[in-house]
Write a protein that binds this ligand. Structure first.
Ligand SMILES: N[C@@H](CCC(=O)N[C@@H](CS)C(=O)NCC(=O)O)C(=O)O
Length: 203
């Protein structure tokens, strides 16, 4: 009989889905990956999680985890080979999600906001990067990581912001932040979780 695996609804470029995939990979969780597109969400996903955001994890017992941070925590509770969960900086992650992400959205998608000219949002992103740069530089003894799952929760968003205007990001004087981001982008785990999947079709 085939094993029933957890099901992950995911979208390759979504930073919330990336942090979930990174943590599930870290924990070595075997799963069925269902790649979707946001403009055409599968009915089965919406039935499991009517709020319609990605990622969604459905466990073999039918329970549903539809917040990326909860998926990260669940994965580390399943298996945490480096003891990372206890070291995770949830305050910084909350700052990333509630203060930085709205600025990133204004910077990346200015036309969605009345009167947004990007410059204020870009400056707010820079201020966040300056703070992160200092934190990362201070963590030099810990392999230049922020510790625990904090890196996995945050770097997909930094990647997204850095890609909006690569010249702007390249000109920033934040060496520790840039090295940290490059190390994550070059890592084997990131390459693995960014592999392309065919769109999931109901069989
Ligand atoms: N708080 C949620 C946010 C997830 C989220 O907003 N994901 C985006 C994609 S990156 C989404 O699904 N948006 C819904 C849509 O665009 O229809 C989480 O952490 O899982």
């Amino acid at each position: 009989m085939s094993e029933t695996l957890p099901i992950l609804y995911s979208f390759r470029r979504c930073p919330y889905a990336m942090r979930a995939r990174l943590s599930l990979h870290y924990a070595g969780v075997k799963l069925e990956h269902r790649e979707i597109i946001l403009r055409d969400k599968p009915q089965a996903m919406l039935e499991a999680s009517p709020k319609g955001t990605i990622p969604v994890l459905i466990l073999p017992d039918g329970s549903v985890i539809d917040e990326s941070l909860d998926i990260m925590k669940w994965a580390a509770q399943e298996n945490d080979p480096k003891g990372w969960l206890a070291q995770t900086d949830f305050t910084l992650i909350a700052h990333n999600d509630t203060a930085f992400k709205p600025q990133l959205d204004r910077y990346k998608y200015p036309t969605r906001y009345d009167g947004e000219d990007r410059s204020g949002a870009q400056e707010n992103c820079r201020v966040y990067f300056e703070m992160l740069n200092t934190k990362i530089a201070e963590c030099a003894q810990r392999d230049k990581q922020l510790g625990g799952l904090t890196d996995y929760a945050i770097f997909p968003f930094i990647r997204q912001c850095a890609n909006v205007d690569k010249d702007w990001f390249a000109a920033l004087p934040y060496v520790a932040l840039k090295n940290w981001l490059s190390a994550h982008l070059d890592s084997a785990i990131f390459k693995d979780i960014m592999q392309k999947h065919d769109l999931w079709q109901v069989s």
